[in-house]
Design a protein around this ligand. Structure first.
Ligand SMILES: Cc1cc2nc3c(=O)[nH]c(=O)nc-3n(C[C@H](O)[C@H](O)[C@H](O)COP(=O)(O)O)c2cc1C
Length: 328
């Protein structure tokens, strides 16, 4: 699959998730088989750009190409500025967020609320596409509520304004994250445009990935929550799509080793204080479903130093591995 000049190794995308898809997690998912990973959203409000948080979100040092940065906002001129700023800071692809239902996105109509105003959508897309010399992509929901699924119209606008690829989350804005994602609107969008369409929503297994690709005809798929604590999902899906075989469940020692590497990257990227706190949610996802996981998570959430965090993880995984040895 190709976006502008960038050939991706496959058609599997890590979904942008604020607070999750930081540089260490993107890099990990790319290493384990994601063809593309979009950064967390950066606000188009330039007053926020000097903040530590935004600077970190715009940090791509050592990241496997292409580096895609997502921007959000509702003012065409501000969005154009934000796109330029991020390209100047290393973004090789700009992704526009019209898919997020959160009200706090800039405290103005933006994210998926924009889908209600197609003339504004058109002005924002044009402003951003004209502002930068890199490919611009778009992420949308299927519409703003079940009676107004205007995803096909928005996709056509996107194609006309020069958007290079379109990711579609199979829910409306009003749906939030409830109910099941629906793929009929994504199929209709795919049939209506020539640009690559990436299907998103509730893809959690290799079989579901294949089903969604077949059902929608989409060019690629995007995975969000199912990658939390499971960055292997990309390699597992890639293998299944190529061979039809399901790889065995990731062994405990592999989980331990990948998680430990991931945590080292987090401490390095955020510093110890924030790193420990960001690590907590990943540790919790990695340990989900393991025996004794609930008590372990409760205990590790109270730990305040890197040494204690690592030592508690080592104890937990030692006991998991010795349990496995006894059972064998
Ligand atoms: C914690 C979290 C943060 C998210 N942040 C963003 C974001 O910043 N930009 C965006 O376009 N979508 C965001 N999303 C939506 C995801 O990209 C994706 O569309 C959604 O989770 C559905 O995919 P999934 O079922 O594979 O998780 C977020 C989702 C979650 C769970």
């Amino acid at each position: 699959m190709k976006i502008g000049p960038y050939h991706l190794i496959n058609n599997l995308f890590l979904a942008p998730m604020a607070g999750v898809t930081d540089r260490p997690f993107r890099q990990l998912c790319k290493r384990l088989g994601a063809g593309m990973a979009v950064s967390e959203m950066v606000s188009s409000n330039s007053l926020l750009w000097g903040s530590e948080k935004t600077r970190r979100r715009a940090n791509h040092v050592g990241e496997t190409e292409p580096c895609a940065v997502q921007i959000a906002g509702a003012d065409p001129a501000l969005m154009a500025n934000a796109a330029r700023y991020n390209v100047d800071n290393g973004a090789q692809i700009i992704d526009i967020n019209m898919g997020c239902p959160a009200k706090k996105v800039c405290n103005v109509m933006s994210g998926s609320a924009l889908l209600q105003d197609t003339s504004l959508v058109s002005r924002i897309l044009e402003a951003v596409v004209n502002a930068v010399n890199v490919p611009v992509t778009l992420k949308i929901r299927t519409g703003w509520d079940r009676d107004h699924r205007n995803g096909v119209t928005v996709a056509q606008i996107a194609e006309q304004t020069g958007i290079m690829a379109l990711a579609v989350h199979g829910r409306t804005r009003a749906c939030g994250y409830s109910g099941d994602a629906e793929y009929d609107t994504i199929a209709a969008i795919k049939a209506a445009v020539y640009i690559p369409v990436i299907a998103n929503g509730d893809i959690t297994t290799p079989e579901k990935a294949k089903f969604v690709l077949d059902y929608t005809g989409a060019d690629g798929i995007m995975i969000g929550r199912a990658a939390q604590g499971n960055p292997w999902i990309f390699g597992i899906i890639d293998h299944y799509l190529r061979t039809g075989d399901i790889l065995p469940v990731t062994p405990i020692p592999d989980i331990r080793s990948v998680m430990n590497d991931h945590l080292v990257q987090l401490y390095d990227f955020y510093g110890d204080y924030i790193g420990i706190r960001v690590a907590r949610k990943h540790i919790s996802w990695y340990s989900k479903g393991q025996p004794g996981g609930a008590a372990f998570r409760q205990a590790i959430d109270k730990v305040e130093t890197v040494e204690q965090q690592i030592s508690m993880i080592n104890d937990f995984f030692d006991s998991l591995e010795s349990g496995l040895r006894k059972a064998a």
